[in-house]
Design a binder for this molecule. Structure first.
Ligand code: NAD
Length: 291
């Protein structure tokens, strides 16, 4: 039986690891939070005493951590302990520069590596329907595919090391900007005496159509499953949107790209989170626009 090491058993990592167990993989996990380890053990995951411990007998190691600094710190423990040729998959959302550094350090240690961040949230992690955006060598991607297919429904090879993270933050920059655009349009419609339904019916089939409008509408009514119909409970928390917009701005300044609307969207979400809305769904930004 193939053994997989898994570091970071939080909201996303635990359900992803559980799906691997259900698919018949042996999984050894580690987290710094004891409650996460207890939940993992109850789900059939073997527990290691240290991060390095997950590499024992593992052909593959997955990390699902909060940021790039932590990923590089954990890689510094994992790489010397792992058997040569182990495949490292980092599914955390982190900055492109750290992702490239992690890939380079893994390669220098004789390992294969992919950055493979996800979209789809905790629901997608539990259902095994995440989208994976992968960066790294084609051989590493081919080797990872059967494992990624257990946790995800759509898996895209985006290019070399860091390309998965680049795709993730570019996509989420579009999402952050477009949600604000849709929110502003509904607020303007309200001031003009135009009903939500009328704007939705027109824009959903006209050139204003976008995912923020038709799949995740920020006003209650037109899209029954959107968080607007559920007191703006996440969904995708505003704090995570702010994280991704901040990463896209870091990447834009590092790469010398002009992203004026991306910067403005980040500032709007910064204010929204500062006002105590970090745990609110990101579509709730419409209420700050209205106020
Ligand atoms: P989380 O905070 O619930 O989980 C992270 C886990 O990492 C925690 O259990 C924490 O204890 C553990 N951890 C931190 N430092 C560690 C260390 N040194 N060694 C071992 N474990 C350590 O976060 P999450 O929601 O599971 O998100 C994980 C990653 O996935 C983040 O990068 C996030 O941006 C990304 N992501 C999250 C979502 C979402 O909807 N939650 C969606 C897409 C991507």
């Amino acid at each position: 039986m193939t053994r997989i090491g898994f570091v970071g058993l939080g909201n996303m990592g635990l359900p992803m690891a559980v799906n691997l167990v259900k698919a018949g993989y042996a999984v050894t996990g580690f987290d710094v939070v004891p409650a996460a380890l207890q939940a993992a053990a109850a789900a059939g995951i073997s527990i290691a005493d240290t991060a390095a411990g997950v590499t024992q007998g593992a052909a593959l190691v997955i990390t699902m951590l909060p940021n790039g600094k932590l990923v590089l710190g954990v890689y510094a423990e994992l790489l010397p302990a792992a058997a040569p040729g182990t495949l490292f998959i980092d599914s955390s959302t982190i900055d492109v520069d750290s992702a490239r550094a992690a890939g380079a350090q893994a390669a220098a240690a004789g390992m294969q590596a992919l950055d493979a961040p996800v979209s789809g949230g905790v629901g997608g992690a539990a259902d095994g329907t995440l989208t994976f955006m992968a960066g790294g060598e084609a051989a590493a991607f081919a080797r990872a595919m059967p494992v990624l297919e257990v946790m995800g429904a759509k898996i895209i090879h985006c290019g070399g090391a860091g390309a998965g993270q680049a795709a993730k933050i570019c996509n989420n920059m579009i999402l952050g900007i477009s949600m604000i655009a849709v929110g502003e349009a509904f607020v303007l419609a309200e001031k003009l005496g135009l009903s939500h339904r009328a704007l939705f019916d027109v824009a959903a089939t006209a050139s204003g159509q976008c995912w923020s409008l038709t799949s995740y509408c920020p006003v209650p009514g037109p899209v029954p499953a959107s968080p607007a119909n559920n007191q703006y409970k996440p969904g995708f928390a505003a704090a995570l949107m702010l994280k991704d917009l901040t990463l896209s701005q870091e990447a834009a300044s590092s790469a010398g790209a002009a992203t004026a609307l991306g910067r403005h969207a980040m500032e709007i979400y910064e204010a929204f989170v500062r006002d105590g809305n970090g745990g609110t769904d990101f579509s709730g930004v419409i209420n700050a626009i209205r106020d």
